[in-house]
Design a protein around this ligand. Sequence first.
Ligand SMILES: [Fe+2]
Ligand SMILES: [Fe+2]
Length: 242
Amino acid sequence: MTRITEIAADLYQISTFIPEVNLQFNQFLVRDEQPLLFHTGMNRLFPVVRDAVATLIPPSQIRWIGFSHFEADECGALTAWQTLAPSATGVCSLVAKLVSVDDVVALRPAQALADGEQLCTGTYRFRFLQTPHVPHCWESGLLFEETQGTLLCSDLFHQNGDGEPSTSADVVGPFKRMLVDYQHGPFANYLPYTSHTEATLQRLAALKPRTLATMHGSTFVGDGEQAFADLAQAMKDVLAGH
Ligand SMILES: [Fe+2]
Ligand SMILES: [Fe+2]
């Protein structure tokens, strides 16, 4: 039920498909001197994610727990992870830390990263990008691993269904279909389209990422700059004016 795939060097996708919502929930483990987990998943996923991590490293050695924004699939199990891993510290935006994380889910104070600040885990270097309301929520941010060009992109490039771990095929088509489908149900207006959206997406495109590690669906490997241009157009087509 939970699938583990190395999608880039030392970067493991831990994917759990939940049929009731036709959705994968992917966590990413970076195996390095200071192991980093990106997204904890919800509390109900904690046992399977922990067991998956345990096949790669002792889970108690997790040092950093990054996430984009304050939602259950992003950081719901932060408390459980910090109970298990005594050195585990949340890393997120200052807004996330001050507005929600330290009060609600952090067992120990989170480390806030400023826009552009770097976090080195040993071999790998992560650049923090503050991206308010992209994919969604005021406190949003993303981590870009600079040595390999991997963007941990949270809900951006979300595809429904139980797809392959990674693909070089088009992922923006499935992303756009998801947006259109969601507009007709309880998940309408999943992602906002604001006066800042296009500039934020252009900034992410300019990173020229080679791997786009999304939380929901297949990781994209290929021309990330073009993929972001296509994503921006899809979001504009479906969401602008709603
Ligand atoms: Fe989200
Ligand atoms: Fe999500």
